[in-house]
Design a protein around this ligand. Structure first.
Ligand code: XMP
Length: 523
């Protein structure tokens, strides 16, 4: 499904590189709106109908351009007379199309290289005062060009890659073997700016204020005077969406906040006071903790727990939606990485490690229309919009919290007593992280409850009780993560507070597993 924010767009044709999203983020950081589409997109594709393409970027990709059935570049992009930038695979596939030659695997290059500029170019932004300077760039390729097409010229080389940058003799078409989107390429953002702003003439209008104005206009146009239902979880995406919808349609928005009994200490009160009391939103508070706990009774398999919780959410949500007779729209806080990942996972090649469900997902038989105003935004953009909408920093920059809540942080069967203990432990850990100014230095932190018993000694008495593990990770995309090297003194302080203040915890451990091979959550 296509839904665009601005009409004018830089189109990124995705050949499957792990860096494609990074290209999009960089272009948007420059202030220019861009969208990622499949590399085989047809000119008359429904998606492109509403867009005015300003420039095209061809991404890198894992294949070899000269392998059998390697993805090719669609012909129409060369006919629309727009600037083109090919990156890595994108450069090679363009060169191949015009008669260049590629060599397979002769000289692999992974990591930093020194780029020597050979000729002036609008891409370097120095057409009138060219100097053959050297720059650090990031390479990641097996194949490379060994002969460029006749109509192209060489504009930069590295020691191992003679054709590291090329440009067309007369058209604004460029190719880079290195990755300008990666921060190791120190001038990368400058060169991308030259491409999208100076060469393609794109307007720098991708700023929080203009995004908000555009989204509000679209929301109003779409829903008219109808009512919109939003499942508010208190997480960043649903919170920002609530604030945005409220700004757009005021009281036509009805939020449903389901307390599933698996939330952190005071979480329900905090969400309600923020949105209902301070921001004046209509929030229906459904206390379904008993229903969730009953449904989870006797279940210890993590995937089954997730399924049971997902189903409970849907049931409760449906019941609430039925009561709200005026509602015809359901809003979801889907964001761009979800859209890209679900498009990618349609190939069915990915293994299911954990079935993350989108809380408040739309049951197929519900008759509500779906509205997803954030579906083209990256997380950092959602956050910027949240701040502009005056959501407090602590809400906008909070760590992610899984939909199934504490149930996946209590190993095995979930019991009320375990929830109470885990809440206290988690609250101490969070409080100390904040106090030590470490909360925002890690990307996710939490405690895990282990329903096993260990021996301890309190005063002169023997204690035989439960174990908790603290977990803190540093990560950019949550796909890989490094365990956070928190200071020993800090861990020691947290551990001693937990042992002193939470009765029934006999031992505190710290998880030092990276992802992979571990995952971030324990279940
Ligand atoms: P894992 O454990 O897969 O976690 O390394 C990656 C990120 O996803 C979050 N997570 C979930 N989020 N429902 C969610 O909404 C889930 O079932 C779920 N499981 C994990 C996790 O907290 C981390 O941020």
């Amino acid at each position: 499904m296509c839904q665009t924010v601005f009409k004018s767009v830089v189109l990124i044709l995705d050949f499957g590189s792990q860096y494609t999203q990074l290209i999009a983020r960089r272009v948007r950081e420059i202030g220019v709106y861009c969208e990622i589409v499949d590399a085989h997109v047809m000119e008359n594709d429904e998606c492109l109908k509403h867009l005015s393409i300003q420039a095209i970027i061809l991404s890198g990709g894992p294949e070899s351009t000269i392998a059998q059935h390697a993805p090719t570049v669609p012909e129409w992009i060369f006919q629309i007379n727009k600037p083109i930038l090919g990156v890595c695979y994108g450069m090679q596939v363009m060169a191949l199309r015009f008669g260049g030659k590629i060599s397979q695997g002769a000289l692999h290059e992974f990591g930093e290289a020194t780029l020597k500029l050979k000729s002036e170019s609008a891409l370097w932004g120095n057409e009138s005062s060219f100097q053959p300077k050297e720059h650090t760039v990031w390479m990641s390729h097996g194949d490379q060009i060994i002969d460029i097409p006749e109509d192209f010229k060489l504009i930069a080389s590295t020691e191992n890659c003679p054709f590291a940058a090329i440009s067309h003799q007369s058209k604004p078409w460029y190719g880079l073997q290195f990755h300008p989107e990666v921060t190791h390429t120190l001038e990368g953002i400058q060169w991308l700016t030259h491409f999208v702003v100076d060469i393609a003439g794109c307007e720098k209008n991708w700023m929080p204020d203009s995004i908000i104005a555009k989204l509000i206009e679209q929301i109003r146009k779409k829903v008219g005077s109808s009512q919109v239902l939003l499942g508010l979880s208190g997480g960043v995406d649903s919170s920002v969406l609530a604030a945005l919808l409220h700004r757009a349609i005021g009281d036509q928005l009805v939020c449903v906040f389901v307390d599933n009994g698996l939330l952190r200490l005071h979480e329900a009160e905090n969400v309600l006071s923020q949105f209902k009391t301070h921001m004046g939103l209509r929030v229906v508070h459904v206390d379904a903790s008993n229903a969730f706990l009953e449904a989870l009774e006797g279940i210890s398999d993590p995937e089954l727990k997730r399924k049971v919780i997902g189903q409970q959410f849907i049931d409760i949500f449906e019941q609430e939606a039925l009561k709200l007779k005026q509602v015809t729209w359901l809003a979801q806080g889907t964001i761009y990485p979800d859209v890209i990942e679900s498009a990618g996972s349609q190939t069915g090649k990915a293994h299911v490690i954990k079935s993350h469900h989108n809380v408040g997902g739309l049951p197929s038989h519900m008759t509500l229309n779906l509205i997803e105003p954030l579906r083209l935004l990256f997380k950092d953009e959602v956050r910027k919009i949240g701040l502009k909408l005056k959501l407090p920093d602590h809400l906008v920059y909070r760590h992610p919290f899984p939909g199934p809540g504490l149930s996946v942080r209590i190993l095995g069967e979930v019991k009320y007593q375990y929830i109470l203990l885990l809440r206290q432990v988690d609250a101490i850990f969070m409080e100390e992280l904040q106090k030590a100014d470490l909360y925002y230095k890690v990307n996710q932190a939490f405690a895990v409850f282990l329903p096993i018993k260990s021996v301890g000694v309190v005063g002169d008495a023997r204690l035989y009780s439960y174990v908790v593990s603290l977990r803190a990770v540093e990560t950019i995309d949550f796909m890989t993560a490094r365990w956070a090297h928190l200071p020993y003194e800090f861990l020691s302080r947290v551990s001693s507070r937990i042992m002193n203040e939470v009765h029934d915890i006999a031992r505190v451990t710290y998880d030092i597993s990276d992802k992979p091979p571990a995952t971030i959550e324990w279940e």
